[in-house]
Design a protein around this ligand. Structure first.
Ligand SMILES: [Zn+2]
Ligand SMILES: [Zn+2]
Length: 411
């Protein structure tokens, strides 16, 4: 077997092999962890760190993390909500401090990552090229996939705040990474301790936390929504990545401002965005409907059920017939529900259009009431559909339990 998990194009592969080293990120990615490994224990053992320096580091880690997740990722790359300029500035400053390139570079690459996820020659951090490549390798050499034409971020180029970041990026990096920790350090009377913890160690930690989303979140975890790409849902990764561990959902529904959609799923980025919305600082939060989410989940469950039956089916062939028929039957019922849903959506559009036509003809009439009635009717119809999807899911669960019992009995 070839060591690659993709079809090799010899010409492009040669181009990857001879890609020149990109020295600036390479030196930064190698030297900052080494410096932190030496300086942190040495300074800690020799002089000790003040509580102030430790607290500053924690606050800066949170600020950098949210700057990347709520700012670079969910606001600018995916446009899942809108934010007040004060919020945007706060997120931009945190994201800049995290030294992960400008918003323009980051978002251009990230949008390509979604468009061509896993493609060995198109996705800039394709997980198919290996764990290390997707974690940091992709930044260390000037690969053809990392040379963007920026055609996919024309919307962002209109934003003066982002243009300014691009123009004065070097200055802002020095100011946030050295200037700011130095000022705080002087203020709390622990200049060197703050520079080492809140300057250096904070940078290394926030770097690798983000990199895990490209590497670990494409390697370990569950795939409840789709198995057409390597992205995974992973609750413990969500704990250290401000909620970005629910990456399978994110790759399926990238327009949603949430990554962890269930109320109990740990996604502080979604809580921040929703909380700011309550006080009017964010708006137009985009969410995918429950119905669509349930449909995706259930389709995936059917797919896995059918794969499992194929995989284990041979050993218990006699009992398999009923199970296969049951799954098939339930799948047909599910497809029917989806068909009804599609019709309902079309009907709702037609009904609303008609009501609007009426509005033009009959200005003082009861159009408002009609629209309200339509909304009520649609809501109850959609609720019914949601219940039906729930029923399909429960019945499939019962069939699968029966299947598991039989596999165990046959083994
Ligand atoms: Zn994304
Ligand atoms: Zn991804």
């Amino acid at each position: 077997m070839s060591k690659h998990s993709y079809i090799v194009d010899p010409v492009l592969e040669a181009e990857y092999k001879k890609a020149p080293i990109d020295w600036t990120p390479t030196l930064m990615l190698i030297l900052t962890p080494i410096a932190a490994l030496i300086l942190v224990p040495w300074f800690g053992l020799t002089y000790g760190f003040s509580v102030g320096a430790i607290v500053t580091m924690v606050l800066f880690i949170i600020w950098n993390g949210l700057g990347i997740t709520a700012g670079y990722h969910r606001l600018w790359s995916h446009k899942t909500y809108e934010a007040h300029p004060v919020v945007r500035f706060f997120l931009l400053a945190g994201g800049t401090m995290a030294i992960q390139n400008t918003v323009f570079e980051w978002c251009a690459g990230h949008r390509i990552h979604h468009q061509h996820v896993d493609h060995p020659y198109k996705d800039p951090y394709s997980a198919k090229r290996g764990f290390l490549f997707s974690h940091i390798g992709w930044m260390m050499r000037s690969y053809p996939t990392s040379r963007y034409d920026f055609k996919n971020i024309k919307d962002l180029k209109q934003d003066p705040m982002l243009v300014a970041q691009d123009k004065y990026y070097g200055f802002w990096i020095l100011l946030t990474n050295i200037g700011l920790p130095a000022v705080v350090g002087l203020a709390i009377g622990d200049l060197w301790g703050t520079l080492i913890l809140a300057g250096l160690l904070r940078l290394v930690i926030s770097h690798h936390v983000t990199f895990f989303i490209n590497s670990l979140a494409h390697t370990i975890g569950k795939q409840p929504y789709t198995d057409t790409n390597t992205a995974r849902d992973n609750w413990w990764l969500a704990l250290i990545t401000w909620g970005e561990g629910y990456h399978n959902y994110h790759h399926y529904f990238q327009m949603d401002f949430r990554n962890g959609i269930k109320w109990w799923q740990y996604d502080p980025t979604k809580w921040l965005i929703a909380g700011l919305n309550k006080v009017g600082l964010t708006s137009n939060l985009k969410v995918v409907s429950n119905l669509q989410i349930k449909q995706a989940e259930l389709s995936m469950r059917f797919k896995t059920a059918q794969q499992r039956i194929q995989l284990f089916g041979y050993s218990i062939e006699d009992d398999m017939h009923d199970i296969k028929m049951n799954v098939q039957h339930e799948f047909e019922a599910f497809s029917e529900t989806l068909e009804r849903w599609k019709q309902l959506k079309e009907e709702s559009i037609a009904m609303k259009k008609q009501a609007l036509v009426q509005k033009k003809e009959d200005l003082q009439g009861s159009v408002k009431n009609t629209l309200h009635e339509i909304d009520l009717k649609l809501k109850s119809d959609f609720n019914q559909l949601e219940t039906t999807l729930g029923d399909h899911s429960q019945r499939l669960e019962v069939i699968l339990r029966d299947f598991k019992r039989k596999v165990r009995a046959a083994a």
